[in-house]
Design a protein around this ligand. Sequence first.
Ligand code: M6R
Length: 612
Amino acid sequence: MCGIVGYIGNQKASPILINGLIRLEYRGYDSAGISTIENNELSLMKDKGRVKNLYNIEGIDNLVGTIGIAHTRWATHGKPAKENSHPHMDNSKTFSVVHNGIIENYNELRKFLTDNGYTFYSQTDTEVIPNLVHYYYHKDNHTDELKFLRAVKNACSNLKGSYAIEIICKDYPNNMIVTRKDSPLVIGKGEEENYISSDIPAILSFTRNFYLLDDFDLAVLTRDAVSFYDKDLNAIPKNTEMIEWNASSAEKDGYEDFMLKEIYEQPTAIRETIGAKFNETTKCEFDELQYTKDYLASLNKIYIVACGTAMYAGLVGKNAIEKLCKIPCEVDVASEFRYRNPLVDEKTLCIFISQSGETADTIAALKLCKEKGAKTLAISNVIGSSITREADDSIYTHAGPEIAVASTKAYTSQVMLITILAIYFAEKLEMDSNTINLLKKDIMELPKKLEETLKLSESIQEFSKKCYQEKDIFFLGRGIDETVAREGSLKLKEISYIHSESYPAGELKHGPIALIENDITVVSIMTDCNLVEKTVSNIQEVITRGAKTLVITNQNVDENMFDMVIKIPDTNPFISPILSIVPLQLFAYYISKEKGLDVDKPRNLAKSVTVE
Ligand code: M6R
């Protein structure tokens, strides 16, 4: 949460910073600000509200500085307000700082600084940082080139919690210092200019060469160079990584919203994620993995740990792992898993799924499993993200940048990748090759079937017009369809603000049916031929009580029974969620549009949740 941008070069910094913030708004959007160096003095312009409000600040067009930092906020400490917006300065206005993360010991530091004569003007945890830097800077009697860096290093050694920080100093108008711990930050290398961003997509239009920082690394940026230091200020070498995403993948490309674009990108995302991992005649291989039959046979359990949509993708993965590999698999929400002393040891393989690779709880759960001796495997969409740097092994979805807060193409790509992973395990373990070969064939046909599914959008839009004003919508399914019901319900609530619940269809009679009343909408997913009749009976029960029904199915059902039936292409049950979720993504999208909401940036939510 929170987005940070930085620029040092020969161009006017402010338009580059604001443009970067706009692209990062999906990380937080309750206030924004920038600070530049203008004739050896720091400028500071910030306000509550969206980034575009910055254009209304008097004098912002007059900033000519070619070095600057910027921030878009998702409030944690201190309500959204001008005084709590970043950047924050120290009392002497020598340093300007933006920060993403949480300083857990800020009360203690604030007291220390107050006792030393410093005054605080905001309720944020961040404001201790510039003042602490000033404290060490002031105490340092040397005047060498590294004085600024030493002050930042000393200040950071007192910080507990998580941070990605950018700092500029009026005494060093040609330097910017950045550092991070458990919060994302990348450095983009240009020609006689360098960029900082929380995420790669925000600066893809400027560069595709990135430096990735490890926890506690410090970087000093000038226009021409970037120097790296460890936490003891030893110089460390670093090379850039070339990112394969192109700039247009982070643009709307004529779509009204990123979410819609990303829904329509799913056939490509799935094709790219399948890549060259197998074909009709070859076994599945991951270049990044070297798991042996003996290792896999020694496992007593696989854990899949993630948050939100990524966790729902994990539930689909559990089905494939248990059925294809015959290894027990548990799925857990990272924020619960890490606090319940999970039974994990060297005979457990722990898989962590995270689109961004920066979700704080998922990373913490991974660290816990490593401490307990388990092997860890990360599944992420972002090369070099924190989770992939922590895990023993990493594999990637190739969905391209996902900008909309509501995850769509990342989910289907995660389901795809974990299913292929299950095939890889099953082949190593020499499991039933008929089932596996059939599944591989069906996977190859999936992108085409996704294209067909997307053609159903008109009917879904039509149905969404009938229920966008509702207060509650229910999602039902059995077996694998129940996991899709959960994801469909999450999608709807996050972007339409309609209260929604998902239930295993068979659970209805054990309580939730009491909520069914005339005209309420019930969405059901029925793709399992063994369970369809049972689910139809449950839907009959809600129809009797007056519900409107939307059915997503690849089975032959009596269409007259329901208000709308969306007939999706038939496929292998292991991968049916990749098709059946698409109408539900579109359903949530069109409802949100009908309500006139901001689809890409729903209230209170941020794209990557880098605080616990
Ligand atoms: O980046 P991650 O995959 O770790 O994010 C996990 C969740 O925060 C994310 O899936 C969230 O639930 C989405 N907003 C759902 O659309």
